[in-house]
Design a protein around this ligand. Sequence first.
Ligand SMILES: Nc1ncnc2c1ncn2[C@@H]1O[C@H](COP(=O)(O)OP(=O)(O)O)[C@@H](O)[C@H]1O
Ligand SMILES: [Mg+2]
Length: 245
Amino acid sequence: MNLATALKAQETPRIVAAAPAGPPAISLRGVEKVYRTDRIETVALQSLNLEVGSGEFLSIMGPSGCGKSTLLNVMGLLDRPSNGEVSLGGRVVSSYRDKDLAALRNKEIGFVFQSFHLINDLTVVDNVELPLLYRTMSGRERRRLALEALDRVSLSSRVHHFPTQLSGGQQQRVAVARAIVGKPRLLLADEPTGNLDSAMGDEIIGILTELNERDGATVVMVTHDERQAAKTQRIVRLFDGRQVH
Ligand SMILES: Nc1ncnc2c1ncn2[C@@H]1O[C@H](COP(=O)(O)OP(=O)(O)O)[C@@H](O)[C@H]1O
Ligand SMILES: [Mg+2]
């Protein structure tokens, strides 16, 4: 092994776990995203080909404005690419209607955002139940699943608190509980530790790692933090909307 290869190997700290047989969790082919406003055209993503294996834990890194959030939103079916094809678990979703995309997203994808996005007027457990309101199930079953999710993030003692009564790290744990309450196969996190100190950030990464390793969730995380990214199986770097390696 020459020095360059050795250094590169060092950058990838863990061997990627053998992906289970079957289609990739997400596959992007020739994806482009152009934002057009009256005067300006911004190319946020270009010529992007990316496959995320089922059961993988991947981070996306790159400077501010390089398209990381756009990429995550396209992967999460929150936004449609201007060109190219997106497949989720082997299904090409480009031709899906908005309503069907929303249903698929609700069932199979959990999101975590930098600024938590909790509803401050609702208690912790009510926040976590929210994604389940779109499904047919009894109130009792919703509550059971929400409490189970809160237990996974060690917040069983805070279920009747309001978000503003919690620390930032606890609020992000509530957001993670909300993301996993519907048992999605895919978790997408956009700078989930960006507003947290490093100890709280480590806790969140620990929870995401456990969901990946123990529950087999596919996790894609945008981060600015090399230390957190190094804990994941693979790093994809973007620059000006393109993958650099
Ligand atoms: N809704 C939008 N309308 C117009 N331009 C946008 C929109 N969202 C993002 N952009 C532009 O697309 C580029 C990529 O943005 P973004 O994906 O948010 O980058 P990052 O998350 O890496 O900081 C930026 O130049 C940004 O200004
Ligand atoms: Mg962003």
